[in-house]
Ligand binder design. Structure first.
Ligand SMILES: *Cc1c(COP(=O)(O)O)cnc(C)c1O
Length: 223
């Protein structure tokens, strides 16, 4: 399938989810996750009108960055090893996987400009999943006040792999509730306006529950 055809299909679904929840399309950023595909395919996504690309490894990011430069906005969506920060920090617009102080320290050390970070939360508590415990997030964000290169732009989660809509909804809703709690605390360094949640199999539910960024790989650019 052409990216353009997949995109039409996904845009229809985004539209329906927006209607279901009284939200506007402009409130949601579509990130094409290109981690499985070639530079050519990533280029095709840009030509189809997509402006944001997501990669989960420094290698994949650097390979594609070498060709596409900063034409797209780059999102680093995978777990980020501390020693890899210096390779990618000046190329990316968002980090979706901030999950520990040692990573924040390295970002603080290497970044020339403040960078938008999303704190990754393991809402479902599954052991296999990356991200912080929900209960630890507020304390962690308080700790980040001293890091002027780390802007807490929002929260990110991955839902459990299931078709059970109630389970997905509950997961996304928990992240949204946590966001409200953080916004109520009104930290200058943590506007926390973004909710990065929703992938190929669950993005409609995520939008209905308040996602501002959806990360779609398989359904958009393929595996
Ligand atoms: C791979 C990946 C995605 C995209 O997953 P699909 O199911 O292919 O849409 C989204 N978010 C993260 C963090 C990923 O690693």
């Amino acid at each position: 399938m052409k990216v353009l055809d997949n995109l039409k299909n996904i845009e229809e679904k985004i539209h329906i989810a927006c209607e279901n929840s009284g939200r506007s399309r402009e409130a949601i950023k579509l990130i094409a996750v290109t981690k499985y595909v070639s530079v050519e395919r990533a280029k095709e996504a840009l030509e189809a009108g997509i402006s944001d690309l997501g990669e989960n490894r420094d290698e994949g990011l650097l390979n594609k960055y070498a060709v596409l430069k900063d034409k797209p906005n780059w999102h680093y969506i995978g777990s980020l090893q501390t020693r890899k920060v210096k390779n990618v920090i000046d190329k990316i617009n968002y980090i979706h996987s901030l999950d520990r102080i040692s990573l924040a320290e390295e970002i603080q050390k290497r970044a020339k400009e403040p960078i938008n970070c999303l704190v990754q939360v393991n809402v479902s508590g599954e052991e296999s999943k990356h991200g912080m415990d929900t209960k630890a997030v507020m304390g962690f964000i308080k700790e980040l006040a001293g890091f002027d290169k780390v802007k807490v732009a929002g929260l990110m989660t991955m839902a459990p792999l299931t078709d059970d809509v109630q389970v997905l909804r509950q997961c996304f809703r928990s992240l949204r509730n946590l966001q409200v709690e953080i916004q109520n605390a009104a930290f200058a360094h943590a506007p926390c306006t973004e909710l990065s949640m929703g992938m190929s199999n669950d993005f409609m539910v995520a939008i209905e529950e308040g996602a501002t960024m959806i990360r779609i790989g398989t359904a958009l650019v393929g595996e």
